[in-house]
Design a protein around this ligand. Structure first.
Ligand code: BGC
Length: 418
């Protein structure tokens, strides 16, 4: 499903034993898309820890929030028989890469450290292919956040919204006061990030799961989905004319600098506030996306390890897997990244109020059926289906297509991608 050509090429390469690897002894080549200020600081933690152990880090960064470009580059590398040591791959896609027969088995590292006991089951299940660990999680991001500049709200005399109606009321006031209500970057993955939060707010968790996990046509094309599309158009009304194409971290900078009042984005945005020396609760405020308090859209970043044969390359790969799960990495990385550790029972004291809220709501939402996988960040469906949803949402966002038509198109796009 990833790519038919990939399957053929990789199987042929395996059969003839011509897979070659760029990683030399003790080297890890790591593909990721963490290139913003906060992201780069975070990934540097892993590099430093591995270098301290004598391994060499070969950085393979492919810019582009959401990771679409990174995935395209990865496919061509694997097709040519030169997979990196590890690549940032998430969610159901891990299964697709498992199907290709190109992933490494990390069970010896996982068993020695007891990963099954250290990870919530909702996380460890995703990391396994055919019962074996093939990936290792670095964090848990929450997607349904709103990042607020309280000063802008104050200047506009607006109340920070916790409901959808409250959002519209506040956005009107902020606009009238001459500020940009919503900092947005018009890129498909960002449009869908807002869209999925609206679906959760307006339809609730059951509707969200029916639409984006079960891909139920009755939910995809429903009066509720029509409302979700209408709400997306309303959000667009409160963005600025320079939004098209803008990178997400530049949108975050608009909130940091007081040009915009809020941004709807996962908590990697917090990494930008942290890198800029800003403190939550005073300089900025983190709140659940209006109407989604107690609900949690999860996005787990993980590294899939590729089959690098044995020897020093494998030793370095195992060291990377081991290091990622160690408390030291899980703490420092996540303090920088804005996410929370994937590993259970970590000390909370160094984490801020936003992380505490995330930790509490991760546990709380899992008990009420409100812990849902992010569609926009590749946790709820395969990449092809996600791509079909992206295309429909973005086509709607950038045209005057009616919300009814968009909901109808969503069903046909999803069905033809399966
Ligand atoms: C990833 C994050 C990353 C964000 C922006 C998300 O899909 O999970 O780690 O920071 O995209 O690039």
């Amino acid at each position: 499903m990833i790519l038919n050509t990939l399957k053929k090429a990789s199987l042929a390469a395996l059969a003839t034993g011509v897979l070659s690897f760029t990683a030399s002894a003790g080297e890890v080549e790591v593909l990721h898309w963490w290139t913003s200020g906060g992201e780069a600081k975070s990934v540097a933690v892993l590099k430093q820890l591995l270098e301290k152990d004598g391994h060499t880090w070969k950085d393979f960064a492919v810019a582009g929030g959401g990771g679409e470009s990174a995935m395209t580059v990865l496919k061509s590398r694997v097709v040519s028989g030169k997979p990196p040591t590890a690549a940032q791959i998430k969610g159901p896609s891990i299964q697709e890469w498992g199907d290709e027969g190109v992933v490494a088995n990390l069970d010896s590292v996982a068993n020695a450290a007891g990963w099954d006991e250290l990870l919530p089951k909702v996380v460890s299940d995703v990391m396994k292919y055919d019962g074996n660990y093939v990936a290792v999680p670095v964090n848990v991001h929450r997607v349904n956040w709103m990042w607020v500049n309280p000063e802008v709200f104050e200047k506009a005399g607006a109340k920070i919204p916790s409901t959808w109606d409250g959002f519209v009321e506040a956005a009107e006031k902020i606009k009238a006061a001459g500020f940009i209500p919503v900092a947005h970057g018009g890129q498909a993955w960002q449009d869908s990030t807002t869209f999925e939060s609206l679906a959760l707010a307006i339809g609730g968790s059951q509707f969200y799961n029916d639409a984006f996990v079960k891909l139920d046509p009755k939910a995809l094309n429903s009066p509720t989905m029509v409302k979700v599309f209408e709400a997306l158009r309303t959000v667009k009304k409160y963005t600025d004319k320079d939004a098209p194409g803008r990178d997400w971290n530049l949108a975050t900078a608009m909130v940091i600098q007081g040009k915009a009042a809020m941004q709807f984005m996962g908590d990697w945005a917090k990494g930008e506030f942290t890198a800029a020396g800003k403190k939550p609760g005073t300089d900025y405020i983190c709140m659940a996306f209006p109407g989604t308090r107690g609900k949690f859209t999860f996005n787990i970043d993980s590294f899939v390890m590729f089959d690098v044969g044995g020897g020093d390359a494998k030793k370095a790969q195992d060291a990377m897997a081991r290091t990622i799960m160690e408390p030291k990495f899980q703490e420092i990385f996540n303090l920088n990244k804005g996410s929370i550790p994937a590993r259970l029972n970590m000390p909370r004291d160094k984490f801020d109020i936003c992380a505490h809220q995330s930790m509490d709501e991760f546990v709380g939402s899992s008990k009420t059926g409100d812990l849902v996988p992010s569609m926009a960040h590749g946790m709820s469906t395969f990449a092809a289906v996600q791509g079909a949803i992206y295309d429909t949402v973005t086509a709607f966002y950038n045209s005057d297509m009616s919300a009814q038509e968009a909901a109808q198109k969503l069903v046909s796009a999803v069905q033809s991608s399966m």
